[in-house]
Design a protein around this ligand. Sequence first.
Ligand code: GLC
Length: 797
Amino acid sequence: MRYGYFDDAAREYVIDRVDVPFSMTNYLGTQRMGAVISHNAGGYCWLDSPQYHRITRFRPNGVPMDFPGHYVYLRDDDTGKAWSVSWQPTGVSLNAAKYVCRHGLSYSVYECAYAGIAASQTLFIPRETGDADPVEIFDVRIQNTSEQTRRISVTGYVEFSFHNIDIDNQNFQMSLYCAGSFMENDAAICELHYEPDSFQFFAGSFTPDGWEGTREAFIGPYRTERNPIGVETGVLTGSHENGGNPVGALQKKLVLRPGESARLLFYLGTGRGDAAEDARRRYDFEGTDRAFAELKQFWDEKLGALTVKTPHANMNRSLNIWNLYQSEINVLFSRFSSFIEVGGRTGLGFRDTAQDAMCIPHAEPEGCKLRILQLLNGVTSTGYGLHLFDPAWFEGKDEEKEWSPTVIPTAEGAKHVHGLKDACADDALWLIPAIVEYARETGDVELFDIVLPYADGGEASVWDHMRRILDFSYSQVGSHGVTKGLRADWNDCLNLGGGESAMVQFLLIWATEHFLDAARATGRAEEAARYAPKLDAMKAIGQTTLWDGQWFLRGFTADGRAIGSHESEQGKVHLESNAWAVASGAATRAQGIQAMDAVDEWLYTPYGLMLNAPSFTVRDDGVGFITRVYPGIKENGAVFSHPNPWAWVAECRLGRGSRAMKYYDALLPENQNDIMEIRQAEPYTYCQFIMGQDHAAHGRARHPFMTGSAGWAYFAATRYMLGVRPEFDRLTVDPCIPAEWDGFEVTRRWRGATYDIVVENPEHVEKGVRRIEVDGAPVACVPVFDGGRHALRVVMG
Ligand code: GLC
């Protein structure tokens, strides 16, 4: 069954059955202010940090789900009937009302038709230039579709949060007594009195006929947002208080003749009355329309960096719209603002951020560069990365966010640097391909020479940071000659008691290849002499020690046991080690074929590849936390989405395009729009994991949006399956596709030029290019052009 459909022309997912039993979320904001919001307008927003500057409250994992939100209530002042423009919070009977939600790129629209009134509410955050403060706009339109004149009260409502989310959730002796409300310039103001000069406002484009500033007065005792007393009676009392639970409820009373419409705007932002005035001035009706058009243009421009036209409609839909959108959101907001991650531990996860930044430098060069530079601040002089850190630690902003009378001693500088015992062996390694991909995309090789400090003191060039990371990784080798996993590798739960990790071994090989490519491209020939022998030695160990005869081992525990062996009873075959053995180029071709066939035999499900099989059922801390995770969930035998694209890359290296597509199709959210009873998650975003075969709810997806599978799916599909890869000195087109495809088209912007690529597949091969023409002339490779539009014809065979 389905709850909605894709409107590709509008780039929207349209939920026309809003009684979805789970939240379908979307994100607002493309700069400093962000919001995560459901198909029922439930959710929350923040400025800069969802942990330290939360603006609106959310009761996560609550009952009812997704409350509260950014709501607009309507009330028929003649009958007393009340409802909301989004189906929730009032939840009127869907037999009597028609509700639709349209999730677009950085905006959501709620539409309802009920009791002779049609209404819509568009939520979005305009893009700002300069240092103007951002606002969220509720653009509300109401039309009388009945035959009678109607008196309708419209009430916009938000519940403010204490800025520091930990205090808001736990320390009521503080949050309840230092937040207050008052009215200024017709705007409801929330003040955080302990924080110097700290205000949020909720205002309208109109002079309100009533308002409330306290939650208790608006909702009333023994009620919820479903039936606030203020909406039920239509009377708002003007409550305000120093201390308490500040809210903004603003009411406008309308009289609409038959067919007549009205438009009202609500603004949610930072500052007090003057800031509200400023928002009204900047975003009158015209300004709002302009801002909305600019937001659309912003996405047009971004998505225009790479567009595809393949015979696969859902692949087009994903790559042209939703997959890139999801990847952008990860680069922008990192991982700690969703309905699952509710903001209590913001900062950057080193490995996740590095991978996010690696995947979309073509569409988000500045954002990716910023993330890369921030991560470089988190590299220690020893060569490992800080697993989870707040870039503010290194920007001198530490003290700003914690200002409160409750004394919480702040750590300073080097105190944030954790020791080797908390280092994950893969973290910093991901940064090398991220840096190199950025340089390939932009041509900005000067980046390598920028000098930056290490997290624990001292400084060096970006190039030397990369060397330091490699040197550290090559030094961390266990008794089998395999790289150690340290605290964990990519798989947080496979700790191996501090043993050796095949995944890190292969990742190191891959990172070294990127590094050597960059060395060749920038005239650093001596690096090859230094690292090529180490690389060869690592590859040799990969092909021998880590080869189990039928597939690749996952590693060795500290006490010497092989993990992921054909002799293992549990966790026999693991996805990460096998996919990376092949994707990194470490495996021989024969090994690669055998290993990836084992992946297909053991790990394939119709919903994607499982991480390992069979799942672990016997607790064994020598293996790791994975053995304590329920079978079929997350790291223990789920279809963990993030490593799935690694297998697509591996299959593309083997030249098996149909196999890569089979895996791509299994994971593709858009393919599951009609099986929502199984998927139970948004069909327009990859989810972190899908319950595996060993779980009763096999196929159920969890953790939308915030997952590395977004970037990796995009990276693997565009660079390996469609095969369009920027190099330092050329654009490679090396597709690996299903044999039945006649071809496909890609338009790719790269370093100021646009390439219109037409790939033909007359002999119906899966891989191989026999002819390339640029602007009608045959070439050996596609050069870097300074600008202009260039036609590429690529003939496979
Ligand atoms: C989560 C973490 C990521 C980790 C993965 C597997 O997605 O964010 O860092 O690699 O789980 O454990």
